[in-house]
Each structure stands twice: as structure tokens, then as C-alpha cells.
Design a protein around this ligand. Structure first.
Ligand SMILES: Cc1cc2nc3c(=O)[nH]c(=O)nc-3n(C[C@H](O)[C@H](O)[C@H](O)COP(=O)(O)OP(=O)(O)OC[C@H]3O[C@@H](n4cnc5c(N)ncnc54)[C@H](O)[C@@H]3O)c2cc1C
Ligand SMILES: *[C@@H]1O[C@H](CO)[C@@H](O)[C@H](O)[C@H]1NC(C)=O
Length: 385
């Protein structure tokens, strides 16, 4: 099968790219390995997830959220929005098509993409002039190698497979990772009476979603240093009753929250109530990493030993692009993230593009989709057949 633009992945980034291309009447096909669009949101997100960012930072091109939509949407509401987007713009991804291989053929200047049809098991071959990678920053769950992990008799879950604390009532659970997923999963486990410990490795800013919203809104008008000073003042005033959180094992980076995000990519953690539970002693914090595992017993870098029934790895994700994109070096580094700096990170060589790799969430993916479609339009406009 042949088309002008092939898009791999029917998450928000791929859907938005297709819609933007359609607006320019550029033929395109989306290949999606799952049997649904937005599979991250539908299959790989925990139940209690709410969007951490305000709705105006979580919308796709040509369809802003209505005024009746709450500022902070639930996961289900966001899924409804994505479903409505697909219906409204009549996007028809080819589902159950897992892309396994793609190469740029120099002989005809086209991309050759091989996909496995998950239902029939057959290999389908697609050709296109342009290839857009939209498989997401969260392609594969990242589980670090830990000495002795194979001797652990209990359950080991990655955060992408975690659904609810309901399944872990009364158990001793270790959550590895003090980022957004780790902190929220700890809160959820504790709510369901799991004996919860969270392993926090690096200093992180912990803010409320309102404080983050304030900062993001101000960033349009003020320099980052000023925004950080203001947000930190608000945050300190709000959380004065907790006192110095370092006595609970929660340390702050030296730089402000938005400077930290800008320079190291680490977003502030949005507190859903975890801090209160930590201060109340309902959730334990251990600093550092795991040194080794021996059956049920974990030894930490600080020498402490503790038995656990379950380990939840909230240790982030890996891009999976390099597994299937053979000529990734036209655009990506070995880690599956763009090699070109912003704001042209979405463009590679030989008509290769990506959307959704700017570490700027849905707003970033939406912006990439607009840029990619516009670039393809301008190339096609100057091509003489
Ligand atoms: C728990 C969690 C919460 C988040 N909350 C927010 C938030 O509140 N606000 C925000 O802005 N961002 C948030 N994000 C970031 C989020 O990743 C993005 O906002 C968004 O889902 C990314 O869209 P995407 O289309 O780039 O990738 P994805 O949504 O991951 O979609 C990629 C699609 O590609 C498909 N695919 C992958 N490999 C192949 C292949 N080889 N062949 C065919 N198809 C393939 C996948 O099945 C998937 O459907 C969150 C992320 C996580 C993990
Ligand atoms: C709960 O976990 C803590 C520390 O991780 C441990 O000291 C304690 O014994 C556990 N409680 C029970 C009832 O197992």
C-alpha cells in the first residue's frame, strides 16, 4: 500500500498530525499496534489519574476544550475528548498494525515500512514519501537492573501496568521512584491500606497543580527566575505547616521548579496528598537506591534491610523508536530522542519527522503536529511532478 505520509502511532501526537495533514488535504495513514487509539490513556494509565496540567495545556489542534470542561480533567474526560476528536475529524487509524521495521530506500527516495498485522500474523508493507514517528516518549517501561531481582518471589509491576491499590491491600509494597507516577501510586496504595514505602533518589520540587498552573501561565509574560521566586513564595506559604520536608526524606533541588524543568527536563512533582501522608507517617520514605535483592529482602544503598511483598517500578520510560526505525540516525540519537535542538527537533533527514518527543506533554505534541504538517505542506507545494 502506498500513501504520501505514514504516521506510526495513534496517540494524541499521531491523531493531531493526521488532522493537521487533512486540513491541508495531504493523504496520510496512521498505523497503530493496539486495537484502539490513545492506548497509553486507555490501557497503560492508573485508575485515579487526573491530568496534571490545566485543560488549555492539554488540547489538540482545531478542537479547544469547551468552557463547561473543568480546568483539571479526569483521565476519563480526556479520553472522551480524544474519542470525540477522532469522530469529529473522521480519523481511521489502521489498528493492530505493529510496525516492526522501516528503512529509507535510496533507489526511489521512499520510506518502506513493514508492519505485522496482530490479528492475522501477516506482514504488510507500506510505502510513503514522508514518515512521521509518533510512538511516544513512553514507548517501553524502564525497569533498572538490580542485583538479585530474579530471586524476588513477589510481584514486580511497572507503573504503566499498575491500576489500583485495591489489588495490594495489607501487603508491604515498595514504590521505586519519587516522580509524579511514584508519588501518586504511593498515595493510592496507602488509601487502600497497603503498607507503603517510597524510594526517592533525587531531589524534586513538590508543588500543587494550581501552583504549576500559575507558573505556566506566568511564563508567557515573565522570565523564569521571577516565576520561580513567585511560585516558591506561594508554595512555601501554603506548606508552612509541614515545616522542613527534608526531615521526612524529601529534598528540594537548588534551582527553582521551572528552571529545573527547563535545564534538566525534570518536571516538578504534583502533590495529590502524598506529602500529608508522609508527614503523618503513613508512607515511609527511603532515600537512595536498591543495592541488592535476596528473595523477599531488599538491601538499600544506606545499608538498611527490609522485606517486601511487591515492588512497583515507577522508574519512567524509554523511547522504543530505535527498535523499529532502522535509519533512526536521520533524526534520533541512540536513546530514541531527537538529535536536533528545539524548536526544529521534529525534523530529520530524508522526509523523516517526529511528533510528541519534546518532553512538553500534550501541548508539545500538538505544537509538533502543526509544525510537521506545515513543513510537509510547504515541501509538497514546491515539488514539481
Ligand atoms: C501516567 C502519565 C500521565 C501523563 N499525564 C500528562 C498530563 O497530564 N498532561 C500532559 O500534557 N502530558 C501527560 N503525560 C505525557 C503523555 O505521554 C503525553 O501527553 C501523550 O500521551 C503523549 O502522546 P503521544 O501520542 O506522543 O504518545 P502515546 O500516547 O504514548 O501514543 C503512542 C502510540 O503509538 C503506538 N505505538 C508504539 N509503538 C508502535 C509501533 N511500533 N507500531 C505501531 N504503533 C505503535 C502506541 O500503542 C500508542 O498508541 C502523561 C504520561 C503518563 C505516562
Ligand atoms: C510496614 O513497613 C515498614 C517499613 O517499610 C516496616 O518497618 C513495618 O514492619 C511494616 N509493617 C507491617 C505491619 O508489616
Amino acid at each position: 500500500m502506498e500513501t504520501v505520509v505514514l504516521i506510526v502511532g495513534a496517540g494524541p501526537a499521531g491523531l493531531a498530525t493526521s488532522v493537521c495533514l487533512n486540513q491541508h488535504s495531504i493523504p496520510n495513514i496512521i498505523l497503530e499496534k493496539e486495537d484502539i487509539h490513545a492506548s497509553l490513556w486507555k490501557k497503560r494509565a492508573y485508575e485515579r489519574l487526573k491530568l496534571h496540567l490545566a485543560k488549555n495545556f492539554c488540547q489538540l489542534p482545531y478542537m479547544p476544550h469547551g468552557s463547561d470542561v473543568p480546568t483539571f480533567m479526569s483521565k476519563d474526560l480526556f479520553i472522551e475528548y480524544l474519542d470525540a476528536y477522532v469522530t469529529r475529524f473522521d480519523i481511521k487509524p489502521r489498528y493492530n498494525c505493529a510496525v516492526k521495521f522501516s528503512t529509507f530506500e535510496v533507489s526511489n527516495n521512499k520510506w518502506r515500512v513493514e508492519a505485522e498485522n496482530i490479528v492475522t500474523g501477516e506482514t504488510e508493507v507500506y510505502w510513503s514519501e514522508f514518515l512521521v514517528v509518533a510512538t511516544g516518549e513512553n514507548g517501553d517501561g524502564n525497569i533498572p537492573t538490580v542485583k538479585g531481582i530474579d530471586t524476588f518471589p513477589g510481584e514486580i509491576v511497572h507503573s504503566s501496568m499498575y491500576k489500583s491499590g485495591r489489588d495490594f491491600k495489607g501487603q508491604n509494597v515498595l514504590v521505586v521512584g519519587g516522580g509524579n507516577s511514584g508519588m501518586e501510586i504511593s498515595f493510592d496504595l496507602c488509601n487502600f491500606d497497603a503498607n507503603t514505602t517510597v524510594l526517592v533518589r533525587t531531589p524534586r520540587h513538590i508543588l500543587t497543580k494550581e501552583e504549576v498552573y500559575l507558573g505556566m501561565s506566568l511564563l508567557k509574560y515573565c522570565p523564569v527566575k521571577m516565576v520561580d521566586t513567585l511560585v516558591m513564595a506561594v508554595s512555601t506559604a501554603r506548606s508552612f505547616m509541614y515545616g522542613d520536608l527534608s526531615k521526612y526524606g524529601l529534598f528540594r533541588p537548588k534551582q527553582g521548579p521551572f528552571a529545573t524543568k527547563l535545564f534538566s527536563g525534570k518536571a516538578p512533582v504534583i502533590d495529590v496528598g502524598t506529602v500529608q501522608k508522609i508527614c503523618d507517617g503513613k508512607i515511609q520514605v527511603i532515600n537512595g537506591g536498591i543495592r541488592s535483592i535476596q528473595e523477599k529482602t531488599l538491601t538499600f544503598e544506606n545499608g538498611k534491610k527490609q522485606d517486601f511483598d511487591v515492588i512497583v517500578f515507577a522508574t519512567g520510560y524509554k523511547s522504543s523508536v530505535c527498535n523499529w526505525l532502522k535509519n533512526y540516525e536521520y533524526m534520533m540519537k541512540k536513546d530514541g530522542f531527537p538529535k536536533n535542538p528545539m524548536p526544529k527537533h521534529w525534523k530529520g533527514e530524508n522526509n523523516l519527522y517526529c511528533a510528541g518527543f519534546s518532553r512538553k506533554g500534550i501541548a508539545g505534541a500538538a505544537q509538533d503536529a502543526v509544525s510537521v504538517a506545515e513543513d510537509i505542506r510547504s515541501i509538497l507545494a514546491t515539488t514539481i511532478y
